[in-house]
Design a protein. Structure first.
Ligand SMILES: NC(=O)c1ccc[n+]([C@@H]2O[C@H](COP(=O)([O-])OP(=O)(O)OC[C@H]3O[C@@H](n4cnc5c(N)ncnc54)[C@H](OP(=O)(O)O)[C@@H]3O)[C@@H](O)[C@H]2O)c1
Length: 336
């Protein structure tokens, strides 16, 4: 008889950067579903870079997690008790109930998983918001055409690997940026694209060499120095897509000693660039199209995906921090 629910709570807000001390493990009483409610058992928890921003007190495009609350996050969960006619026991759903083993829902925030022939965890990665963000933003905002040069940063990651393979399947000349030789090899052998190591001291020169006609589309997951190097190599009428800025913590104190804005704005003008930021929920209308396309590509072996699965909810804080050290290859998921 299970009578405790293991949860991971936001204990304190980060001072400079996040640390394990910001989280605490908590055993709460097992929740009981009331009329109309279901009891969910978490199977898989998605760990995503945006969660770092929610640990600070400031509101950006979403409200922060309150101190003492369970860390937010998307899960794949199983209905294990049901008082709701829409959800049968055994049904798998995606749920927003965060870093905990069990949760109660009235069903309004649950989405039943489609029945594609993939593992349930795939609905957090390739068939989840991660994959949709990569595909949807590239198609809608990047408008890729065969023969164009597409450069994507964090190309081995959940979003980046989908962007890279989508571009490749559409006939673009794709260059993936990643950290270190091992990760470069994976881009070349598994994703079949060109690779560029940003940790190599010749990164800037190598980027120029690989993009002699300039970059038509830069899909940026990283920000900082890598983004500025790309900006300086854009082609005329290029599209510069700002997906994420994982290389710096927007809430932590910034080094303002080197102001790169004047040059950045000059590049926007000189190259007549389009810069587009986006948030995944504005791409939801493309979910069905993306699922059809991704399933077809999976069947035809035209797309592949890696999941970096960590076992055990208590390992979630350490696993989460590893994202910012580049220790994951593929979509980071906790098997709860
Ligand atoms: N706009 C949206 O709606 C939306 C939705 C989903 C994700 N995102 C953003 O997309 C980006 C990728 O997310 P993801 O979930 O797919 O994560 P991910 O790429 O699977 O994991 C993060 C990767 O970022 C790279 N990285 C970390 N710190 C870095 C640094 N200082 N400099 C350069 N690279 C660094 C590392 O790869 P390397 O070892 O290759 O450097 C790391 O493996 C994030 O910025 C995230 O915030 C945005």
């Amino acid at each position: 008889m299970i009578n405790k629910n293991l949860q991971i709570i936001l204990k304190s807000r980060p001072k400079a950067s996040i640390s394990k001390q910001n989280f605490s493990l908590h055993q709460s009483e097992m929740p009981l579903p009331q009329a109309g409610e279901v009891l969910l058992k978490t199977l898989y928890l998605s760990l995503d870079p945006y969660m770092r921003g929610r640990m600070y007190g400031a509101t950006s495009y979403a409200a922060p997690v309150k101190l003492g609350n369970v860390m937010i996050g998307e899960t794949i969960s199983e209905v294990i008790q049901s008082n709701n006619a829409n959800f049968a026991v055994g049904q798998l759903v995606s749920s927003p109930h965060g870093w905990q083993q069990y949760a109660i829902s009235d069903g309004n925030d649950l989405v039943a998983l489609p029945k594609y022939d993939v593992s349930p965890s795939a609905y957090l990665g390739i068939l989840g918001l991660t994959g949709l963000t990569g595909y949807g933003a590239l198609i809608r905002h990047g408008q890729p055409k065969a023969g164009e040069t597409l450069v994507v940063s964090a190309a081995n990651g959940g979003v980046g690997s989908i962007v890279a393979q989508t571009g490749r399947n559409l006939g673009c000349n794709v260059i993936g940026i990643t950290g270190g030789e091992k990760k470069c090899k994976i881009l070349e052998t598994e994703l079949n694209i060109k690779a560029l190591d940003y940790k190599d001291s010749n990164f800037s020169t190598n980027l120029k060499k690989l993009t002699p006609k300039g970059i038509d589309i830069f899909f940026d997951n990283v920000g900082g120095d890598i983004a500025f190097e790309a900006l300086n190599n854009m082609a005329v009428h290029g599209r510069f897509l700002v997906c994420g800025t994982i290389s710096f913590d927007r809430n932590a104190p910034q080094d303002k000693s080197h102001d790169r804005f004047p040059n950045a704005f000059a590049q926007l003008l000189i190259k007549r660039l389009k810069v587009q930021g986006f948030i995944f929920d504005e791409l939801i209308d493309m979910k069905e199209e993306y699922h059809q396309q991704a399933i077809k590509w999976l069947k035809d072996e035209k797309i592949t995906f890696r999941e970096h699965i960590v076992e055990g909810l208590d390992n979630a804080p350490e696993a989460f921090m590893s994202l910012f050290r580049g220790q994951n290859i593929g979509k980071l998921i906790v098997k709860v």
